[in-house]
Design a protein around this ligand. Structure first.
Ligand code: NAD
Length: 314
């Protein structure tokens, strides 16, 4: 086991996944939760999950399950968790007032060299660190995608006051545990992933609302079309390859991209109503609620196989 300690704050779905990722790289991991029973539940869940991963030959890292388990422990004291940790990964629920309270408490106990990365999917780091009386410069966002064990992307987002060296250190740490970080130069609503994801959702919603395409078919555009490419190439490299380089692509097709984009409708409000009922009914036809767990397992298995395939194709 490596001597450096990583603290996980919040032992739910994402906290457990981070604990497993850090342990897979040999870090000493300590889990904390505001509910003491949640810490023991999390340790039990991790044990089950690591054994299940081993059985599927999907365990990450070079350490055995027994070794990885021995790297992870729990505490019910926040001060004990924070003490001597090089890095804290915060994974408490997406409630801004809870996050602000926690970061206010952390300000009083965190060391000057301890980085605090938040898993938040939606809040810019300044929103929950601005009120801290000290060490707010230690805070940044390290946003994973679910499930983090299979999807390696982590978005690292600094606030205006985050120490740049801490951004670099977090990026190095993510690489070391086998994740694939991207670094934003400044905070922005939705970071990058959700800005792109929401742009897609907006257009999908509009197309279904306007009756242009069915729910199953619009999803198929991704699963049988764009998504296959995007597992290897991003949109810009795709353009680069689809012409004689990216400059040629935009010279030839930029006008068309602009013309089609001018026809997009306004941003839809995704609230209860006719469109949502239609989407819900058709989604249920594709996967009933009872089948969701099974389909999630299939997704995880697929992502694992895909990550193995991706390693062959850089
Ligand atoms: P969760 O509800 O599964 O777990 C949250 C845990 O935090 C619970 O065990 C709860 O008891 C504990 N908790 C609550 N207040 C606390 C406090 N003050 N101190 C310590 N522990 C506290 O939530 P989750 O799905 O793991 O999400 C955690 C964070 O990760 C959120 O910010 C969420 O936006 C982000 N995230 C979630 C996903 C996802 O798909 N679930 C994906 C990416 C990022």
């Amino acid at each position: 086991m490596r001597p450096e300690k990583i603290g996980i704050i919040g032992s739910g779905l994402i906290g457990r996944a981070w604990a497993m990722l850090f342990a897979s790289a040999g870090y000493r991991v300590v889990l904390y939760d505001i509910l003491p029973e949640q810490v023991s539940t999390a340790l039990e869940e991790i044990k089950k999950e690591l054994h299940a991963l081993e059985a599927k030959s999907a365990l990450r890292g070079t350490y055995s399950v027994a070794q990885q388990l021995s790297f992870i422990s729990g505490t019910v004291e926040l001060s004990e968790l924070v003490s001597n940790a090089i890095y804290l990964q915060e994974c408490i629920p997406e409630r801004i007032e809870w996050k602000r309270k926690l970061y206010t408490d952390l300000a009083a106990i965190v060391g000057a060299e301890t980085i605090i990365g938040s898993s938040t999917s939606t809040y810019m780091p300044s929103l929950f660190s601005e009120q801290m009386t000290s060490h707010r410069e230690n805070v940044l966002v390290a946003h994973p995608l679910n499930p983090p064990y299979y999807i390696p992307l982590v978005e690292i987002v600094p606030s205006p006051w985050t120490i740049p060296e801490f951004v670099t250190r977090t990026r190095d740490l993510m690489l070391e545990i086998g994740q694939k970080p991207v670094t934003l130069t400044r905070e922005i609503e939705g970071f990058i992933t959700n800005r792109i994801q929401y742009a897609i959702l907006n257009e999908v919603w509009r197309l279904v609302a306007d009756g242009v395409v069915s729910v199953a078919d619009v999803d198929r555009v991704m699963t049988e079309g764009l998504g296959l490419r995007y597992a290897l190439l991003g949109p810009l490299e795709t353009a680069h390859l689809n012409a004689d380089g990216v400059s040629d692509y935009f010279q030839r097709f930029g006008g068309e991209v602009y013309a089609v984009s001018q026809t997009y409708g306004p941003t839809p409000k995704m609230v209860a109503g006719e469109t949502l009922s239609k989407i819900a009914a058709e989604c249920e036809e594709m996967v009933s609620r009872e089948q969701l767990t099974k389909r999630r397992e299939q997704r995880d298995r697929f992502l694992y196989e895909l990550s193995a395939l991706k390693k062959k194709f850089h």
